[in-house]
Design a binder for this molecule. Structure first.
Ligand code: FEO
Ligand code: CA
Ligand code: CA
Ligand code: CA
Length: 644
C-alpha cells in the first residue's frame, strides 16, 4: 500500500526498544555521532559482501542477460529491448464466473453486484498455479488490497451510500482467474471458467488455530468465534508446497471506527475514532465501539485452495495476528512447514511459524491441499530479535513461557496470538523499519526481507536506530537477510544487509544507498525466480516521488538482482504514481506476470474522481476512462527465459 495512510499506523509505544540501546551503547553512540562515516563502515557495501556475509553466501552468480531500462518518468510501462508487455485482468474485467460476466464500464457505473464478479481494485500479491505440465494454462490467484473510492464510483465519495460501501467491499478480497497462452505467445483470460472466483467481504471464512472460538473472537453475529465474513486489505501473497494460496490482511485497522474512548488494546492495534473507508456509516459491523471484537477477526494470514472453487478459505491464527504483508513458506529437512511473515507498520516485527506436523502428500482420495488442511493450525510461533553482533534469536510466543502469562494479560495461547504485538513487545523483539515482502533463496536457504522505509526512527518518543535498522530517517529502506543456524526451524540465525536503498549520489547520508547498479528506493515486493535471481519491486509514495532525494529515481520500478554479486539492473518502469507489486512465473520462466497497483494515485485526495486522471490514464489511455490496476504479462520476443 503506497497511499499516505500506509505509514500512518505507528502505534508501537512499547518500551522494548532499549534492548539494543542498553546492551550496545557504543554502537549507538557511533551511529548518532557520525552517521555518514559509521554507515559507510558498518553497512558493508555490496562490493565487500562476500567477506561480510557469514556462512554459505550465494556462490554462483546469475547472468542478467538483458539491457537495463532508464529511469521512468512518463505514464507508460517500459520493459527492455527484446521484451513485450501486455495487460490482462484489469480492475473491473469480469473474472469469468459462468453466466455472470458484466462488462466493465469506463464511467465507473458498474453496480456492487457487478463488482462482486469482476476483478477487484488494487492488485497486489499474485501466484500462478499450472493446469498443464507445460505451464501454458493455469490459474492466477491474486489479492486486491484496497479501494480508491474516488475512482470506484462514478461520483466518487459524493452521496455516500450503502450501495457504494457494498461496491467497495466487493472490490476487496481475492480473485482466482483462469489464463491460457494463445497461439501468438500472448496470454488471455479464459472466460467463462469453472475455476473463476471472487472472494469478497461477504465470503464465509473458517477460523483455524488457537484463536478459533476464543472469547475475543466472538461477536453478536458469530457467537461461536469460528466463522467470519470476508478478508480485507490483502497485500502480499505466498504459495504453499501443498498448492494453496496465502494472503496477508494488512492494514485492517483503517476499516474500523472505534470511537473516542480507545482502550490500550485498540490503541496498540492502531484503531481510530473513524474508519478511512467509511464502511461503518452503512455497515454496523465496522463500528468497533459497538462491536469491539470485530477487529480481532482481521489481521490474519488467510489460506485459500484456488483449485477448489467451493472450498472455504481459512484464517490461520497460529501464525499470529499482525498487519501481515504476506507469508512465505520454507520446508525443514524432515518435512515441516516454516512460515515467515512480517508486519508492515513502523516499529513492528518479523515472525516465523514452525508447524508441528509434517507436510503430507496427496493420496487416499485427497489432494495435497486437502491432506494439509490443518497443517498451519498447530505449531510454534516465534518473533525475531536482531542483535548488533550479526546474530539473532527467534523468541517463542508460547503461553506460559516468560512474560506471556495470565498475570500479564495473556490468558491462553489464543490471547497470545490475538495480541501478538503486545506479546512481542513483552519479549523484547526488534522493532523493524516496516517489514514488507520476504523471499527464500532455494539454493542456499538465505531469507530476505524488505524494510521499505521508516522516517520516524529516532523522532521524539520513538525508538532510535539499531544495528538492523541503522538509519534514523530511513526514507529509502533496505533489504535485510538471514541464514538460520542449522535447519529452518533453528532458534538462532546470522544476518546482514543485502543493500541499502537510495541513490548513492544523494547528499543526505541516510538517503544514500550502496546499490551496485541501477538505483531504487523503497523496495517492497521481492521474489526469487527459478534461476536464483532476486526480483525487487518498489513502492515509493506519490507524495515523495519526483522530488528532492527521490527525484532521480523516477516512477516505481522492478529490478533484477544477482544476490551473489549484488549487481542490480532495472527491468521495468511503471506508469505514473503507481506501485509495482506481485510477481509470478509460468511456462518454465518464459512468462512473467507482474501487478501494477494504483496508477495515478493522488497524493492526498481520495474523494475526487477527476484527481487520479490528472496523473495517469494507464492502461487504457481513454479520455473517458480511469486508471486501473492490472496484471501485466511479460515475455521475450524470442521466447526465452525472462531475465536470462
Ligand atoms: Fe500493502 Fe505493505 O504494502
Ligand atoms: Ca501495496
Ligand atoms: Ca509498500
Ligand atoms: Ca506491499
Amino acid at each position: 500500500m503506497a497511499k499516505d495512510f500506509d505509514s500512518m499506523e505507528d502505534s508501537n509505544r512499547s518500551a522494548n526498544a532499549s534492548i539494543h540501546e542498553v546492551s550496545l551503547p557504543s554502537r549507538r553512540t557511533v551511529l548518532v555521532g557520525g552517521v555518514a562515516a559509521s554507515l559507510a563502515a558498518m553497512l558493508a557495501p555490496l562490493a565487500g559482501r562476500a567477506s561480510t556475509a557469514p556462512g554459505a553466501s550465494p556462490q554462483a552468480g546469475q547472468t542478467l542477460g538483458f539491457k537495463g531500462v532508464p529511469v521512468g518518468m512518463g505514464d507508460a510501462l517500459v520493459v527492455p529491448e527484446g521484451y513485450v508487455a501486455s495487460v490482462i485482468a484489469a480492475w473491473g474485467e469480469p473474472v469469468g464466473v459462468p453466466g455472470r460476466m458484466p462488462a466493465f464500464r469506463f464511467d465507473g457505473s458498474n453496480s456492487a453486484d457487478d463488482q462482486a464478479v469482476q476483478m477487484g481494485m488494487h492488485h497486489d500479491g499474485i501466484h500462478f498455479y499450472p493446469l498443464n505440465p507445460q505451464g501454458t494454462r493455469g490459474l492466477l490467484a491474486m489479492n486486491h488490497e484496497y479501494t480508491d473510492d474516488g475512482l470506484l464510483h462514478t461520483s466518487g465519495l459524493a452521496d455516500w451510500s450503502a450501495e457504494k460501501v457494498q461496491k467497495s467491499k466487493n472490490a476487496h478480497g481475492l480473485s482466482v482467474v483462469e489464463v491460457a497462452q494463445q497461439g501468438d505467445g500472448g496470454w488471455a483470460m479464459v472466460r467463462p471458467s469453472t475455476y473463476a472466483r471472487r472472494v469478497t467481504m461477504d465470503t464465509p471464512f473458517g477460523i483455524g488455530g488457537p484463536a478459533a472460538g476464543h472469547p475475543m473472537m466472538r461477536t453478536a453475529a458469530d457467537p461461536t468465534g469460528r466463522r467470519v465474513l470476508g478478508t480485507l486489505n490483502n497485500c502480499a501473497s505466498g504459495m504453499t508446497p501443498w498448492g494453496t494460496y496465502l494472503s496477508g490482511e494488512e492494514n485492517f485497522a483503517f476499516y474500523f471506527a472505534a470511537g473516542k474512548n480507545l482502550d490500550a488494546h485498540q490503541r496498540r492495534w492502531g484503531l481510530r475514532d473513524k474508519g478511512l473507508y467509511r464502511w461503518e456509516e452503512h455497515d454496523e459491523r465496522f463500528d468497533a465501539a459497538r462491536h469491539p471484537n470485530e477487529p480481532n477477526r482481521f489481521g490474519w494470514v488467510v489460506e485459500l485452495d484456488p483449485m477448489d472453487p467451493t472450498s472455504t478459505p481459512i484464517k490461520r491464527t497460529a501464525l499470529g495476528r499482525a498487519a501481515h504483508e504476506g507469508a512465505w513458506v520454507a520446508v525443514t529437512r524432515d518435512g515441516r512447514a516454516v512460515v515467515y511473515s512480517g508486519e508492515d507498520a513502523r516499529f513492528e516485527y518479523i515472525y516465523k511459524f514452525v508447524s508441528r506436523d509434517r507436510i503430507q502428500p496427496a493420496g487416499n482420495g485427497l489432494t495435497a491441499a486437502q491432506a494439509n488442511r490443518e497443517l498451519l493450525d498447530h505449531g510454534t510461533l516465534y518473533v525475531a530479535r536482531f542483535d548488533a553482533d550479526g546474530t539473532g534469536r527467534w523468541i517463542p510466543l508460547v503461553h506460559g513461557q516468560g512474560p506471556l502469562t495470565a498475570a500479564n494479560g495473556f490468558a491462553d495461547q489464543g490471547e497470545v496470538v490475538i495480541k501478538a504485538r503486545q506479546a512481542s513487545d513483552a519479549l523484547g523483539a526488534t522493532k523493524m523499519d516496516r517489514p514488507e515482502w520476504l523471499a527464500i533463496d532455494a539454493k542456499d536457504g538465505w531469507v530476505y526481507c524488505t524494510l521499505t522505509n521508516n522516517s520516524a526512527r529516532g523522532a521524539q518518543g520513538q525508538p532510535g536506530v539499531d544495528a538492523a535498522n541503522p538509519r534514523a530517517n530511513n526514507t529509502m529502506g533496505h533489504i535485510i537477510r538471514w541464514k538460520e543456524d542449522g535447519d529452518f526451524d533453528g532458534a538462532a540465525f546470522r544476518w546482514n544487509h543485502l543493500v541499502m536503498g537510495g541513490d548513492p549520489a544523494n547528499t543526505r547520508a541516510e538517503a544514500r544507498g550502496n546499490i551496485r547498479g541501477d538505483i531504487f528506493g523503497c523496495a517492497d515486493g521481492i521474489a526469487f525466480d527459478a534461476r536464483g535471481v532476486l526480483w525487487i519491486q518498489t513502492d515509493a509514495h506519490a507524495t515523495q516521488m519526483y522530488k528532492g532525494e527521490f527525484e532521480r529515481l523516477g516512477n516505481n520500478q522492478m529490478l533484477a538482482c544477482d544476490p551473489a554479486t549484488g549487481e542490480v539492473r532495472r527491468f521495468l518502469t511503471a506508469p505514473t504514481n503507481c506501485e509495482v507489486t506481485g510477481v509470478t512465473w509460468a511456462e518454465g520462466g518464459r512468462t512473467m506476470f507482474v501487478n501494477i497497483q494504483h496508477p495515478g494515485e493522488t497524493p492526498s485526495d481520495r474523494s475526487d474522481p477527476a484527481q487520479p486522471r490528472r496523473f495517469s490514464n494507464w492502461p487504457d489511455y481513454r479520455p473517458d476512462g480511469r486508471p486501473r490496476s492490472a496484471t501485466v504479462v511479460i515475455r521475450r520476443k524470442d521466447g526465452g527465459v525472462i531475465g536470462a
